[in-house]
Every structure is written in C-alpha cells, then in structure tokens.
Design a protein around this ligand. Structure first.
Ligand code: FAD
Ligand code: 2HG
Ligand code: ZN
Length: 470
C-alpha cells in the first residue's frame, strides 16, 4: 500500500512535500512559543491539489494544519509535537485571479501576501484597506482565517467586513465555490462568515473575493503627546466628531512600549518620548484634498490642546514622515520580541471602560507580581489593547513565563470579564488560549460552536485542538 507521503508527492509533486532538513519556518511559530514536528509540509499549487491532499489525509486518518505566512500570534498554524500532522502551506497559491473595477472587487488566492493584495488594488487605481505590521509576510487566507484587525478597523472594519465571498475546501475534500461578489445575499445561513475567524478548524480557504474602495486623495498622520489613557479616550471622541469618516486610524502607545523601540532600534525617532506618558497616532484620510485634511487636523489638535488633552503634537509633513511615525508604532511587537519572551493579551473592552480597566489591572498586576513590566499599546479606536507583560528587568524570561504566565493570564482575563470584554479581539484562540476559552465563553455559545465543528468536520481532520479541545 502507498504511504501517505508518497500519495502527497503524487498530488503536488515531490519537491513540494518537505519531510526533512530545517523545517523550522513551518514548524515553529513567530513568537517561538511552539516548536512542533510535522509528518510532512505540503505546498499545493491549486484548489484541486488542496482538495486531493485533504481527501488523502482524511482517508489516512491524518489531521491537517492549514498555514499561510506563519505570522500568527497564538500557535494555531504550526503542528503539534506528535510528528503525525500534515502542514498544508498555501504560499504557492498566490495568483490574483481578477479585478472587477465596476463591482469594486478583487479575487485572489489564499496564499497571496497581504502587501501584494494591497499593491494589486493600488495598481488598479483602487484601495484595499487591511493593514498590519506583518503585511509583508502574512497571507490573505491567514488574515481571513483569523479575522485579522490591524490599523484601519476604526473606518473599514476587520478582515470579515472586507470579504464578500470565499472558495473553501471542506473537511471531506469537496470544494465550495462561494466566490460571489454580491453585497447582498440572504439565501440562508452565511457559510462565508463561518469560515472567517475559524482559524482553519472548519476547512481550508483557497481563494477570496475582497471589497475594494476608492483611494483617498490624502492620508495625513499626526502624533499627539497625551497625559493619561482617560485623555486618550476623550481625544478619540473628539477625533470622531472633527474628522467623521476621515478618521482611519487611532492607535495608543504607552511610554514603556515606546522605550523598547528606542532601546532596540535606536535609529528610530520617537516624538516627545521623554516627556509624555502616552503617544497617540491619528490618521485622517480625506477624499477632497491634502489641504482640507491638514486644516481639519489643525482644528482638531487646537481644540484638543485648548481642552487640555494634548500637551504637544506634530502632523507629518510628507509621506516619508508619516511612514516614520507608523514605523515606530509597528516596531513595538518586534522590540518586544528583542526584549525577550513575553505574555500577550489582545483584549477588548468597551472604549468608555478602558481607563478604569487599565488603572485597576495595572495596580493588581504590580501588587501581585513583583517587577512585572507592562507593555500597553494598541488599537484604541476599536477598544482593543495589546495589554502585554514583559518579565522583570534582567530576569530569566522563560522561567518567568513558566512560573507566572498562568497567574498573569488569570488576573488579566478575569479583569477583562469583569469589564465586559473579550480575551481575544484580534489574534484568535489557536492552541495557546484553548484552555482559557471555556472559562470566558458562555456554555451555550461553546455548545453551538462544538455542534458546528462536529457537523462540518466529524472526523476532526481540520486543525484539531485549536479553538476547541480536539
Ligand atoms: P498563519 O499564521 O499561517 O495562520 C494563522 C491561523 O490561520 C492558523 O490557525 C492557520 O491554521 C489558519 N490559516 C492560515 N491560512 C489558512 C487558510 N488558507 N485556510 C484556513 N485556515 C488558514 N493580527 C491582527 O489581527 N492585527 C494586527 O495588527 C497584527 N499585527 C501583527 C504584527 C506582527 C509583527 C505579527 C508577527 C503578527 C501580527 N498579527 C496581527 C497576527 C497575524 O499576522 C495575523 O493573524 C495574520 O492574519 C496571520 O496570517 P498568516 O498568513 O501569517 O497566518
Ligand atoms: C499589533 O497590533 C499586533 O501590532 C501585534 O496585533 C500585537 O505584539 C502584539 O502584541
Ligand atoms: Zn494588533
């Protein structure tokens, strides 16, 4: 009888089935929290090949881990350590299948890198707004599988809101062509929205039809120095009132998070670093003109200074300066990684409750865990903070995580629940938070989720042990 790996070689071609050598790019996650061992890494080139791989694995009783750019933060796209899972890496499926300018849509294969999607939209004179620091390596399939957020959600929504249709290979190896570019379709259950955010546990996304937007005439960026989180929240409200639909980004960054950028990337310049406890990045995208956007920004910042919310501010003079400011923000995860292993929380709570959440939770953590360093930054415009925890200065970070991670998580997640929030606003559950979900999701919601998984993937072929216990 032919072995599974030989069958996989026959489907995708021998060079695209990897079983030996250094496979760490596929087996280890971006944060280096998990180093798994795959039976094989398979790199199909077409939807037909994906379907045949799924059928072969299902028949052999072997589970699959779909993988895009492997930039996920919750260890959902890497194999476990059993050596029995097949990694299904979609990176070879990167074609732009077509752009429909009148319909303002674009159909791309799942392995298309996000930046390539943005560039193809731009070349067609249109705009695809999803934007995150990993855009040079994450794939649109991974973005949809995790319902990624990023820095433009305040105006354009999460990945889910940017997708009109999907093509999916289900757990039985059948292909569902749901690539409609329809903006309205009420013919029953929304299958597309089931697969978005499912983290590869229900099927493999092989292609997507995405919404495109008109390019703004100008996108200006400002950096404001702020004294407290409460003032940042008041500034957000003011920015909504002054900029309306022009408000496309509103990010907050704590002083300690910014100090890590200065420490690990000394060539970067952080505005008002020494004197302000918080920095806020605001983006104003305007469909009229740059002059109009600048005038709106000046009015907003003047009003905010008069109200005592902003102590200092700068508006980028040109695109290069705007990129520099965004680069500081986007370097925080990399600076944190340089500083050492850390504990991440991509939480959300109602925006109005964020200041009280931070005050209480900061105090609790500092009281309970000696030397803890809080790295707080994120998408304040969406009520989503990266409320991260770094080991004490000069301490042994792996030991700190072994001994304190469960306690830190318990404190933060209980606080999130108390404030009516979510333990994952962006990165998902993966395998890292699978134990936590049952404590923070209602039993009714969990039982409906299990019913969906059981109906679509009764043999548990697709990414078992992620999101729900396998
Ligand atoms: P992978 O890491 O390969 O996979 C992620 C999950 O999706 C896994 O569960 C995997 O099984 C599943 N999956 C992947 N492809 C498919 C597919 N085709 N079909 C079905 N399932 C699939 N996330 C945010 O939301 N907002 C941010 O601002 C953000 N910033 C980031 C910045 C940095 C520096 C890094 C490293 C990560 C960041 N992330 C962010 C997290 C991550 O980039 C996103 O979750 C991204 O969407 C993952 O895409 P990927 O292609 O790398 O997916
Ligand atoms: C971001 O917003 C990402 O930069 C990563 O979601 C957050 O590193 C993190 O905690
Ligand atoms: Zn984020």
């Amino acid at each position: 009888m032919t072995s599974l790996t030989d069958q996989l070689r026959a489907i995708v071609g021998a060079p695209h089935v990897l079983t030996e050598g250094d496979l760490s790019a596929y087996e280890q996650d971006w944060r280096k929290r998990v180093h798994g061992k795959a039976l094989a890494v398979v790199r199909p080139a077409s939807t037909q090949e994906v379907a045949a791989v799924v059928r072969a694995c299902a028949a052999a009783g072997t589970s699959l881990v779909p993988q895009g750019g492997n930039t996920g933060m919750v260890c959902g796209g890497v194999p476990d350590t059993s050596g029995r899972q097949v990694v299904l890496n979609l990176q070879r499926m990167k074609a732009v299948r077509g752009i429909d300018r009148d319909n303002m849509t674009m159909t791309v294969e799942a392995g298309c890198v996000l930046q390539a999607v943005q560039e193809a939209a731009d070349a067609a004179g249109l705009f695809f707004p999803l934007s995150l620091a990993a855009e040079g390596s994450c794939t649109i399939g991974g973005n949809l599988a995790t319902n990624a957020g990023g820095t433009q959600v305040v105006r354009y929504g999460n990945a889910r809101e940017l997708c009109l249709g999907l093509e999916v290979v289900n757990a039985q190896g059948e292909t569902w062509d749901g690539l409609s570019g329809l903006r309205k379709d009420n013919t029953g259950y929304d299958l597309r929205d089931l697969f978005i955010g499912a983290e590869g546990t229900l099927g493999v996304i092989t292609a997507a039809t995405l919404k495109l937007y008109p390019k703004p005439a100008a996108a200006l960026t400002a950096w404001a120095a702020i004294g407290s989180m409460a003032d940042a929240v008041r500034l957000l409200e003011m920015a909504h009132l002054h900029l309306g639909a022009g408000l496309t980004g509103f990010e907050v960054m704590g002083q300690f998070a910014l100090s890590l950028v200065t420490k690990h990337f000394p060539q970067q310049r952080v505005p008002f670093a020494a004197e302000s406890p918080w920095g806020v990045l605001i983006e104003n995208s305007d469909h009229e003109s740059e002059a109009h956007a600048r005038a709106q920004f000046e009015q907003l910042l003047e009003a905010a200074m008069e109200a005592g919310l902003v102590t200092d501010a700068v508006v980028a003079e040109n695109i290069a300066q705007a990129h520099q400011l965004w680069h500081v923000r986007e370097s925080i995860p990399l600076a944190q990684a340089q500083e050492g292993l850390n504990i991440k929380h991509d939480i959300s709570v109602p925006i109005s409750r964020i200041p009280a959440f931070c005050d209480e939770t900061d105090a609790l953590l500092r009281r309970e865990i000696a030397g803890v360093r809080l790295v707080n930054f994120g998408h304040l415009g969406d009520g989503n903070l990266h409320y991260n925890v770094q080991a004490p200065e000069g301490g042994d970070a792996p030991k700190f995580l072994r001994e304190q991670e469960a306690r830190v998580n318990g404190i933060v997640h209980d606080q999130v629940a108390k404030f009516g929030g979510s333990i994952s606003a962006e990165h998902g559950i993966g395998s890292l938070k699978v134990d936590k979900l049952p404590h923070y999701k209602s039993p009714v919601a969990l039982s409906m989720m299990r019913a969906i998984k059981g109906a679509l993937d009764p043999e548990n072929v697709m990414n078992p042990g992620r999101v729900l216990h396998g």
